[in-house]
Design a binder for this molecule. Structure first.
Ligand code: FAD
Length: 387
């Protein structure tokens, strides 16, 4: 596997073990059928508890059955999952960074005990409801509302583009609390079997096909007041979760690009045209050289991000830079790899076009490329250009 500047040499034993476990798991259990799942538009749900058993959900958290592995180990895990498919990494990202993390960071003791062990093992599945039909890049405009009535909250609104909502047991729904002053955004744990909750699947996707995406409809949904996340208010709640998930994406995208590179290199050395392997042509070598260089620089950024996160110095803007760069890199390089495979490159027999299609989603979700550009622009100039 491409590791041009020997980053592997700096991994500790646990990090190697987690990376190898994830690599073997996807090779044996997911890769053989992932092309078919992509074609069918299905997620291999049978791997959800298997991934839990292997500790793939939020292993960087500690307690409640979670081991608290290093941030680098967590990143390597995301890299291996996405080297298989972005849908698989999305499953782990949503479950770990967008559902378990907010419960862990902002939940009550009862909420932690109720959900973290089950989510950790994959016995329960969660989703994260932030985006709404009219509010994507600007989620603070959200219209979903919660009203306090006695010991309950009543929720109304709709969320869309929600990864895993149709297969979830619980949704972390971000809504404006209209019973408090200034309608602050708060997080609500909504069990999906409650009256008034609907989770229709969104079909016709041409990207992230091996992943279940849906809506969350909330019509007079009553939840006990104990289901509100007590320790966070305002956009800091959802945004801090997104920082965690985007960290994993910055790593994951490198995995997808690496898989494209490995496929293209193998193909170029095997495939013969004009009396020899196409890898002997300078045009093909230039593509491989550029791909390897881009992947290596993205790897370096991800590894540095892990160091900053580990010592508490990682800022959301650092994550914006890494997510923005690494996903763009993967999107571009997947296309080059596709090209190197000629006609075979457009099939699901080979991964580059699947990764290429997936990257359109990854480029757009968790803050679009444009929005991360604006985050960096504001950080560099002190002037916000969002409106
Ligand atoms: P819009 O916000 O309408 O943006 C459209 C275009 O305008 C983009 O190119 C954008 O960059 C650009 N734009 C917007 N504002 C500006 C600006 N100020 N300056 C310049 N350009 C701008 N959301 C969740 O809450 N939970 C999930 O689990 C989840 N999973 C997803 C899974 C998939 C497969 C997809 C496709 C999306 C998912 N999302 C999820 C939603 C995702 O986060 C949003 O699609 C994303 O935030 C963009 O919002 P939007 O689609 O409404 O696009």
């Amino acid at each position: 596997m491409l590791d041009y500047v020997s980053l592997e040499a700096d991994l500790d034993q646990e990090e190697r073990m987690i990376r190898d476990t994830a690599r073997e798991f996807v090779e044996e259990n997911v890769k053989p059928d992932v092309g078919e799942h992509f074609e069918e538009g299905t997620f291999p749900t049978e791997v959800i508890p298997e991934m839990g058993e292997l500790g793939f959900y939020a292993p960087n958290l500690e307690g409640y059955g979670l081991p608290g592995v290093s941030e680098k180990a967590y990143g390597l895990l995301m890299q291996e999952l996405e080297a298989c498919d972005s849908g698989l990494r999305s499953m782990a990202s949503v479950q770990g960074a967008l559902v378990m993390y907010p419960i862990y960071a902002y939940g009550s003791e009862e909420q932690k005990e109720r959900w973290l062990p089950d989510l950790g093992t994959g016995e329960a599945v969660g989703c994260f409801g932030l985006t709404e039909p009219e509010h994507g890049s600007n989620p603070s405009g959200m219209e979903t509302r919660a009203e306090r009535e006695g010991d309950e909250y009543v929720l109304n609104g709709s969320k869309t583009w929600i990864t895993n909502s149709p297969i979830s047991d619980v949704a972390v729904v971000w809504a404006r609390d209209h019973s408090a002053e200034d309608d602050p955004v708060r997080g609500f744990l909504v069990e999906t079997d409650r009256d008034g909750v609907t989770t229709n699947e969104i079909g016709e996707k041409l990207s992230l096909r091996a992943s279940v995406t849906g809506e969350i409809g909330l019509q007079n949904v009553r939840i006990p007041k104990e289901n509100v996340l007590p320790d966070v208010e305002g956009m800091k709640g959802p945004l801090s979760c997104l920082t965690q998930a985007r960290y994993g994406i910055a790593w994951g995208a490198v995995g997808a690009a690496r898989d494209c590179f490995e496929t293209a290199r193998d193909y170029a050395t095997d495939r013969e045209q004009f009396g020899g392997p196409i890898a002997r042509f300078q045009l093909q070598q230039e593509k491989l050289a550029e791909m390897a260089t881009q992947i290596t620089t993205a790897q370096l950024l991800a590894h540095r991000l892990a160091e900053l996160k580990e010592r508490g110095d990682m800022r959301p803007q650092h994550v914006s830079m890494a997510k923005r760069n690494n996903v763009r890199m993967a999107r571009d390089q997947a296309r080059v790899a596709r090209e190197m495979l000629g006609g075979n490159g457009i099939t699901t027999d080979y991964p580059p076009m699947r990764h290429m299609a997936n990257m359109e989603t990854v480029y757009t979700y968790e803050g679009t490329h444009d929005i991360h550009t604006l985050v960096l622009g504001e950080d560099l100039t002190g002037i916000a250009a969002y409106e």
